[in-house]
Design a protein around this ligand. Structure first.
Ligand SMILES: [Zn+2]
Length: 67
């Protein structure tokens, strides 16, 4: 879904991308906090079936290596 912009559940290509630092307002609980480190999460939402995929954004993957 991240790479091919296609929903794995219904094969729709109508995907909404929600960046970790973006204009979309989100509930704070969608970021992941581990030992005071905050991992920002970006999401892909299928507009057809509502399926959501979430990824820790690339900048924060380095943080995870140290956990
Ligand atoms: Zn779908």
């Amino acid at each position: 879904m991240k790479k091919n912009q296609c929903c794995p559940k219904c094969q729709s290509q109508n995907i909404l991308y929600v960046p970790a630092k973006g204009v979309f307002r989100r509930n704070a609980y969608q970021d992941i906090v581990v030992d005071d480190r905050k991992l920002k999460v970006e999401q892909y939402i299928c507009k057809k079936c509502g399926y959501v995929e979430a990824y820790v954004c690339d900048d924060d993957l380095k943080e995870m290596e140290e956990l």
